[in-house]
Design a protein around this ligand. Sequence first.
Ligand code: COA
Length: 476
Amino acid sequence: MAIELKIPGIREYVLDRLDAILNPKSVAVVGASRKEGKIGHTVVKNLIQGGFKGKIYPINPKADEILGLKAYPSLKDVPDEVDLAIIVVPAKITPQVIREAGEKGVKGLVVITAGFSEVGNKELEDEIVRIAREYKMPLIGPNVVGVLNANVNLNASFAQDLPYPGKIAFISQSGALVIGLIGWTHMYRVGISKIVSIGNKADVDFSELITYFAERDPETKVIAIYMEGTDAGRELVEATKRAMKAGKVVVILKGGRSKRGELATMSHTGSLAGSAKVYQAAFKQGYVIEVDNLTELYDVPLALANQPPAKNDNIIVITNGGGAGVLATDAAERYGIPLSDTPSELKKILRNFMPPFGSDKNPVDLTGQANEEDYYGAIVETAKFPGVGGIVALYCHTAITDPMKLAQKIRDAAKVANERGIPVTVSMIGGEEVERANLWLREQGVPAYPTPERAVRAMGALRQFGRYLEKIKRVS
Ligand code: COA
């Protein structure tokens, strides 16, 4: 009978060895197929084409060479040390291959192979986990796309591309989502440090990856997660708290929150989704920022990775369009940062950047005739004003402003604000030219979005991060 092999708390040897998986010096691909189009072949191709600088060892008893690299009949025949073994052989021979990895002294495993607990084959899954644990080899998977590290050009997966490089670590219980979203990272300039497809998470759990990213990975600032379920809730809360103590925040999109969605997760990764309320309570206790959809899963970490947390609730919205300001005001209430009126001294200063018919209330309306100098002045003076927590700058495209010139001035002003610890988020609304300006701002580390609601959602998360930091300081 199958038994549950839960993790016995966050394991130190796993934390020690995760670096060999995510930052390996040598990678073996077990099941490196000779045939183009097969997953085992694609993984070797991705390692080469991605530009990985370490050693690559294809393993296949029937091949002498794969894609110009010498192939070995088994892991034991590789003359050097192997940090990471990627397993791409059919499920029934994985136990044998994993034992060979253990005997070879391989440091960590990524098991791409499917056909385990997600199709009811729990006994085989338990068997590979037992062998991996016997040799203290952390095992990622099974049933995964692989792992990617943008900073060392490691594409140890069958995903089509490395992600756009940056500071967000992404852990996903869905492999297909990893593959799909990598395209977004380039299109929307969302910088990723590492991606781990965690699949059935039979051995290494969310909590261990979170702790590794929080405490041992200086390249990661924010941890973003697509989660269907975990059977290690206590460890998850411990890990997310440890992350906050390290000044890093965890953002989670929880799938399977509806009744039918819960059933769908069972057949996808074999996960018990559990009650949405239980997860929500655990996330709150663990200083997690929960998001509602895929757009937010990228929007929110983008802001958290590039801007300082908001230190108080006094958020000032600066706009050139009344409608955008109204929508931002509604969104501010929805996202936990309801707007208050502009302080009277600041009102006087802001009057210098608007015509008499502008509005100095919050949202501050510079009116449709505002140019880039008005935006620069208004943002910088607001940032300098004591007690301001954050600034949301909104722009609706007009014929009197060049969006790229405006974006440059907003970037300059955001720099001044950031130096004072004040976060800035932006929404520029308009056509292709305006969208190019939004993307340019993102490249510069200023989170810019096509709608005011998304810019406010991002600011809400920056404030939530600020509140969590204050709370963890108080309790520890
Ligand atoms: N060691 C190393 N290689 C071995 C081996 C061994 N002991 N035994 C066999 N091989 C070789 C095979 O000869 C073959 O190479 P070849 O094509 O050059 O002959 C290669 O390993 C692959 O084996 P094969 O039997 O052809 O399997 P496959 O490529 O059809 O399928 C998987 C293997 C892992 C891709 C498949 O079982 C699977 O799980 N697919 C789904 C993966 C997935 O979707 N994951 C989740 C993503 S979200």
